[in-house]
Write a protein that binds this ligand. Sequence first.
Ligand code: BG6
Length: 482
Amino acid sequence: QTVDPFDLVIFGGTGDLALRKLLPALFHRYLDGQIPAGSRIVGVAREPLDDAGYRAQLRESLVDKGADAAKLDTFLQQVFYRPLDARKDEGWDAFAAMIGEQPKHIRVFYLSTSPELFEDICRRLGQCNLNGERSRVVLEKPIGRDLASANRINDAVGKVFAESQTYRIDHYLGKETVQNLLALRFGNALFEPLWNASHIDHVQITVAETLGLGRRAGYYDRAGALRDMVQNHLLQLLCMVAMEPPASLSPDAVRDEKLKVLRSLKRIDNGNAAQLTVRGQYRAGVAEGQSVPGYQDELEGSKSDTETFVALKAEIENWRWAGVPFYLRTGKRLPERVSEIVVAFKPVPHSIFGTSAGPLAQNRLVLRLQPDEGVKLWLTIKDPGPGGLRLRHVPLDMSFAEAFGVAQPDAYERLLLDVVRGNPTLFMRRDEVEAAWRWADPILAAWAESGEAPRPYAAGTWGPSAAVALIERDGRTWLEDS
Ligand code: BG6
């Protein structure tokens, strides 16, 4: 499905996200013929660059990622740069005139900057009359650092752009397997009857990264894993697993159902945070075969109590999920990069197999987001061959790469074009962001009040031992190789 020529402006155009994710995603869409001639991609940042300087910078970072140099050069002809400071007047008129040269284009303003700048940028865009009905604004997460700051930002953006023009991006929703969850749950008769507290024992959601801080110390140290990953990505995954069947795939139908889940999350606060949450921070260790420094060493020695790991037990207080724990964990510098949702079903009510047949394991449905996207359904079968009836646990295994043979597009590729097309289904509505903060705020407050430092873990391990204790207390274990 092609789109008409459009303008996409990236504020924070020289930043980590723009260089690592957004521009590569746009280049891939270009290679697929999805960026029509005449479209313009405009990087905006404070650095005093010109088009040629910006293109050279992009060229280098994309060639490093293996891009075909000739194709890249034609793509870069559609890329421009404007130096702008949201807090200074200079340059905004010329910028508005440039955008105004194409009055028929859809205009996407992607705010890939610190959220503190969202208000200023939106105000400027409004003053330049760039907020008309053809304009859309994309807000990168996290929106604020708590409910109050999120409200301030959303109010300020809302003065300039209507909610229908506002796209709050959570790139996890653009991942193929996450969308596939909708297809699996609501396109098959098999799962839905079992998708509840009567049949599901618990759910685990893991988003593990091997990376450390990288270039992002300034942002990350002020955020930490709960704000950076849990409040948005992990909660959105939880919503996709737990929501009721939406009436349709229309944006509000899906988002209404997610909102209900967020509002049903059991409150975690001072009274129970010590039992239900664990925060950690990595120390020096070995990651992917290399010695790596600890978090505070990367901060050049400054002391920090920011968590780089969180494990917690969430619960959804509604009829479908009463009593079913959702164990969430995420961290930097863990042993492998893996994002996975595991739905563990209850055991059979009675075993007819003797002890010699071996233990009966739980059925599990595993949705692997990355790497090697795929779906596995673990079943108990008879171990083939003579020698009596012995049981084995094996997966029905569907790897996307093997089944379909094509590389999966990056989440940003899909989401960026969804904005251009005007489809907000996979973006967060304001009330969702608020509900997620309403749940996260008391956890942050409880941690602050406890005054406890995050627990240390060696880089290259699965987080502090307290994270293991968190789930083992309930007689369960983290399923690492599912
Ligand atoms: C971002 C976080 O939203 O997601 C990063 O800010 C994190 O800290 C990244 O590394 C992970 O995304 P992905 O797609 O690589 O799993």
